[in-house]
Ligand binder design. Structure first.
Ligand code: ADP
Ligand code: MG
Length: 642
């Protein structure tokens, strides 16, 4: 095989190269552990052929000089049942020797490590995984014992090259002796257990199933097998649901049907067609694939760019699809797209269409919208920064609230506002790790008491969203721990809570004021102030942020990024009506310096810090608590005469 020929200019000597380690690892898995859906190797080769054809068409619209310029753009599949060989040929851009080595000998894409991991864990679903990670070519080794690539680049004076490998450890590159036309042929020598693929019906079915929407003709031994239709240009009324589904699967490699299809055809002022899909599931498995989004951009059916990101804001990145316009110049370069006014208008229109679609869906099919929200809201919420579409975005937000009967129920801001109390001008929210946690938050006591609805936020980004959009209609968002109490106190109490508690005598009121001063002495500069609480009905004390300061969650988020940031001091509020405070008052009146007062105050303060999430060291709290439990157990055994 490796005969050495005298090197003329431009001539390539036969050389052996080893695969990179990650390629070998990948090949090992593909060859040894994947037996299901092996047929997708064909989809991958055809997809590469189609990419190569798209690229040559693109070069040609730019006016580049091209070798064999008059070749028809097509894909050919030949097979020999006896010899067990299949050949997939295209008249695309071809590859030079350097390109062959760079493209086929390595895995260039980021995420290949992630791919390997998923492949190992999820062997049966190779079909879904392979295409998404762009390591398609190697899948051919699931069925091949040897693969030969013969290819000639469109670039001038590049010799034709041959690449040959059995997919084990290395590959060999040499110059082709016979001259060939521009493009590539992938010759597959099938393994014994993969003979079935050298049969006409098997090939034909596989092409129809996976490659029907390839926009170049695919010939199976002279017979055209795919239906090249730009589905997005057909009138909506003529398209069946199955066709949409089939196209979606072709486009995304998703084996499931899409949740939504949005077919847009606009004629004026700018002409464009767009076919958009919202997947049922969020593709972005672990959030690492964030960059992998965009819409395929066509100009008069010619693919200009795969996954163009400027057509779609990042927060709508879950939308898949294509856009095709008559009004863009064919020779537009990818670099100047953004400066093109028509392009920008199309992009804006598409964002508008998607948001309007979602608003309608939320209204007409709230249950389906809830499913959408569950799956895609994490990304969607980033839309708070899209100021031009904020009005629409706000309508699409969903939250759990105190009014809901469970943590799963969601409401819109419109619903919240429709339940406003007379005179209410603010939208209240609380943040916590769960519904239970927020329910027990002392900050909420006054809201419950006044019958005011509060949005329950469980995801830190929610609070980010609210503080960024600031208002819904004319109503500001207020965190329950920063709200100005006057604006809440004016509402009537829902139930009459006072009844069971006797009012303090004038004299005791004075003592209570002194007790507050005493507490202030104890806490010193750890708090901004100590005050009587108007918001508590059950709990003895809590910490609140000074009016209109940052909420505790926001402070926490900021502290994550800036460790130096000091913990903001708070106001310590005391509930005069609580049993504990009343007892403290009794003790205080007898001996204002009783140690017990100090211990209780310290304990209440640190417990409040703990609830607030800003207690840095729990040791003292626990030691003190244990001591108090010990004392109380003494009293308990005494009372119970044990
Ligand atoms: P992907 O298609 O996602 O890039 P593949 O493993 O399928 O990954 O292919 C790797 C690369 O090899 C392609 O990006 C392309 O540069 C090159 N390639 C593969 N097949 C062909 C072909 N038929 N013509 C030209 N280049 C090809
Ligand atoms: Mg590919």
């Amino acid at each position: 095989m490796s005969e050495k020929t005298a090197t003329k200019q431009n001539e390539i000597q036969a050389e052996k190269h080893e695969f990179k380690a990650e390629v070998r690892q990948l090949l090992d898995i593909l060859v040894h552990s994947l037996y299901t859906s092996r047929e997708i190797f064909l989809r991958e080769l055809i997809s590469n052929a189609s990419d190569a054809l798209d690229k040559i068409r693109f070069e040609s619209t730019k006016g580049t000089e091209i070798t064999d310029n008059d070749l028809p753009l097509e894909i050919k599949i030949d097979f020999d049942e006896k010899k067990k060989i299949i050949a997939v040929s295209d008249t695309g851009i071809g590859m030079t020797k350097e390109e062959l080595m760079a493209n086929i000998g390595t895995i260039a894409k980021s995420g290949s490590a992630e791919f390997l991991k998923q492949l190992k864990e999820n062997k049966s679903d190779a079909n879904n995984i392979i295409g998404k990670f762009g390591v398609g070519f190697y899948s051919v080794f699931m069925v091949a014992e040897e693969v030969v690539i013969k290819t000639k680049s469109y670039k001038k004076d590049e010799p034709a090259v041959e690449w040959r490998s059995n997919g084990l450890g290395d590959y060999e590159i040499s110059q082709l002796k016979e001259d060939i036309k521009r493009g590539s042929t992938i010759e597959i020598h099938l393994k014994e257990d993969a003979e079935e693929f050298a049969q006409k019906y098997r090939l034909e079915n596989t092409i129809k199933k996976h490659s029907n929407f390839i926009s170049f003709p695919i010939y199976l031994e002279k017979e055209k097998v795919n239906t090249i239709a730009a589905l997005w240009r057909e009138p909506k009324s003529s398209i069946k649901k199955e066709q949409y589904n089939e196209f979606y699967k072709f486009l995304t490699f998703d084996s499931d049907e899409p949740a939504d299809v949005i077919h847009v055809s606009i004629d004026a002022p700018i002409q464009f067609n767009s076919l958009l899909f919202i997947p049922k599931k969020n593709f972005d498995f672990f959030g690492y694939n964030r960059e992998d989004y965009g819409l395929d951009l066509y100009v008069r059916r010619v693919l200009i760019q795969h996954k163009n990101k400027e057509l779609l804001p990042e927060y709508l990145g879950f939308v898949k699809g294509v856009v095709d316009s008559e009004d863009l110049p064919l020779n537009i370069s990818r670099e100047t797209l953004q400066e093109n006014i028509i392009f920008t208008k199309i992009a804006q229109n598409i964002t508008g269409q998607i948001l309007s679609y979602l608003i309608k869906k939320a209204k007409d099919e709230p249950e389906k919208y809830a499913e959408f929200w569950k799956e895609h809201s994490r990304i969607f919420k980033l839309g708070y920064s899209d100021f031009t579409n904020l009005e629409k975005f706000n309508l699409l937000l969903r939250f759990n609230s105190s009014n809901c009967e469970s943590a799963e129920k969601l409401i819109s801001l419109e619903e919240y506002v429709s339940r406003f109390k007379d005179g209410q001008k603010e939208i209240y929210y609380a943040f916590g790790s769960s519904r239970d946690a927020i329910d027990q938050d002392p900050h909420l006591e006054i809201f419950k008491n006044k019958g005011l609805e509060v949005l329950y936020l469980y995801d830190p980004i929610d609070e980010f969203v609210l503080s960024s959009i600031r208002k819904f209609k004319d109503y500001e968002f207020k965190s329950v721990d920063t709200v100005d109490l006057k604006s809440v106190d004016k509402f009537k109490d829902a139930e009459n809570k006072q009844a069971e508690n006797e009012k303090l005598s004038k004299d005791d009121e004075k003592h209570f004021d002194s007790l507050l001063s005493k507490i202030k002495d104890i806490l010193g500069d750890r708090v901004v102030d100590v005050k009587e609480s108007k918001r508590l009905t059950g709990s003895p004390a809590l910490l609140v942020n000074p009016d209109d300061s940052m909420s505790s969650t926001m402070q926490k988020i900021l502290r994550l990024t800036n460790k130096e940031l000091e913990i903001q001091k708070k106001v310590f509020e005391v509930n005069k009506d609580s049993k504990l405070i009343r007892n403290l008052l009794k003790i205080f009146k007898t001996d204002s310096n009783d140690e017990y007062i100090k211990n209780v105050v310290e304990e209440l303060f640190e417990s409040a810090l703990l609830l607030d999430g800003s207690l840095t060291d729990p040791h003292r709290l626990v030691t003190r608590l244990n001591k108090m439990l010990e004392q109380s157990s003494d009293w308990y055994t005494e009372i119970k005469k044990m």
